[in-house]
Design a protein around this ligand. Sequence first.
Ligand SMILES: [Zn+2]
Length: 198
Amino acid sequence: MKKWLKKRNISIPNDFLIVISKPSTIIQTSHGYMNMLQKVLHLQFLLSRIEKIGSSYKKEVLHTKELKKVCRILLKEHSPETFDALKFYKIPRHEILTGALCSNCPSPIALKRHHGTWFCTNCGTKDKTAHVKAINDYFLLTNDSPITNKQFRHFLHLSSADIVKKLLAGMPLPNKGATKGRVYLPASDYQNITELKG
Ligand SMILES: [Zn+2]
């Protein structure tokens, strides 16, 4: 970020935070590194920490117009990181644990589909949108490989092509091709897909 700003002759102070999105994650540090707890925090404290950081800088360096310009350039030059996790960790694709997984159970439990929802035979949790997380997992694990109805059916442990067709159609995924050869691609806006209901 510093290099990026310098290259564009933008001189502003910058700071960093490491934000943990899973609330149950325990953040611990060894002795002598306690100051790192100022940098690593849970998502719920992000806004107040940003305000605190903001209030420690008194001098206005960029006017609103210039700031907007920096925002525009940042968005324009943003490119999502591509990372082939399976290749990196040398994991064959058939070893991936498949299924729409239970968000409540500590070990991976594949949910069953029943009466239009997903449910866990282990803890009884019901989840209407578990397939949304499953397809995001699939895209993350396969470095955004396109997926067919048949592949997603296999991934979700379902036998009905019609049900999977409806699940796929209910997510804002770009798709290519027709009928059996149709492939679905990751949504460009991850936010849209995670907020989806049903
Ligand atoms: Zn469960």
